[in-house]
Ligand binder design. Structure first.
Ligand SMILES: CC(C)(COP(=O)(O)OP(=O)(O)OC[C@H]1O[C@@H](n2cnc3c(N)ncnc32)[C@H](O)[C@@H]1OP(=O)(O)O)[C@@H](O)C(=O)NCCC(=O)NCCS
Length: 182
């Protein structure tokens, strides 16, 4: 799929986007290097999850040519109160659109919005074999803060995970994000 990056729009997800969001997530499930879910979801099964992402932990989609081609979301790191300024996040891009800068556009948006929402730090956990996701984290200057060995068991194999973290500066002090350079 050819992507003209300047035509990609990131906006809050609507309920009508849910089938596309779930389709893209299910591709990640099938690929086996992105998530620990082992089977597909239906949109109905993700309805509760969608509603959980309408407040402090939003869900955004990347729209291109009237189609949803990717999404990103913040999630609680831990429900205990003292973790309230820390968030986890996920980013999924349609298989046909990967490697064309959509993840970069979504990640830039996520960082800006997380800062505006007042989070102090954002973290994510990535399969150590997920080269694109690791490249995306490093591109934005996330720090690798951990490497846990064999914490995932999938299809008869143990897989390592790496942990990335970014401390968010207040909006006025933000450093320049990587340019939209693709
Ligand atoms: C990981 C993912 C979100 C990245 O989004 P993307 O749109 O593919 O990423 P981009 O095109 O913006 O590329 C980001 C960086 O990844 C690297 N990259 C791109 N294609 C790559 C490839 N085939 N192999 C390794 N690294 C690659 C590049 O460093 C690139 O930055 P650059 O072009 O400025 O050098 C997307 O590939 C995806 O949805 N993968 C499946 C689901 C997943 O793994 N989600 C993350 C779970 S932790």
């Amino acid at each position: 799929m050819e992507i003209e990056q300047e035509m990609v729009q990131v906006r809050k997800a609507r309920i009508t986007d849910l089938p596309a969001i779930v389709e893209i997530y299910n591709q990640g499930v099938e690929d086996g290097i992105a998530t620990c879910d082992l089977s597909d979801f239906t949109p109905d099964e993700r309805y509760g999850w969608f509603n959980d992402h309408q407040g402090r932990y939003p869900l955004w989609v990347a729209e291109y040519a009237n189609a949803v081609i990717g999404w990103t979301t913040l999630s609680p790191y831990d429900v205990k109160a003292c973790f309230s300024l820390t968030a986890m996040f996920s980013t999924y891009v349609h298989r046909e659109a990967r490697g064309r800068g959509v993840g970069t556009i979504l990640r830039r948006h996520l960082i800006e919005e997380a800062r505006k929402l007042g989070f102090h730090t954002i973290v994510n956990r990535v399969f150590a074999v997920n080269e694109r996701s690791i490249a995306l984290a490093k591109k934005f200057g996330f720090t690798q803060v951990g490497h846990m060995r064999e914490i995932v068991y999938r299809d008869g194999q143990f897989i390592d995970c790496v942990f990335f973290q970014m401390l968010l500066e207040p909006a006025g002090d933000a450093k320049e994000s990587p340019a939209n350079d693709k």
